[in-house]
Design a protein around this ligand. Sequence first.
Ligand code: TYC
Length: 105
Amino acid sequence: MSDKPQHSLEGPVVQEAKPRLQKPQLYKVILLNDDYTPMEFVIIILERFFAKNREDATRIMMHVHQKGIGICGIYIREIAETKVRQVLSYAQEHQHPLQCAMEPE
Ligand code: TYC
């Protein structure tokens, strides 16, 4: 707390607003459906890279399978970029065409 007086003989003292930090832009990491990647592989991706339990991973995988696209998680840019890179290289290593991307929230 400042010990400056709130008022002076000249009138009220103007107080500066407290500086507030900007919230970072967040990004959705999304999975896209395809006809070849096995369902079990997608569930493993969601467990391994997005810390989902089996029930949530299965629900998200089925959503992507049926709707064509789905959200795995929402992160700051650097984390989202890392997740996308991890998913794409893991899918490539296993020769699955799974696509993963990020978009601003
Ligand atoms: N459509 C795939 C299949 O029937 C399963 C799948 C789900 C693939 C989600 C990709 O992001 C995906 N084997």
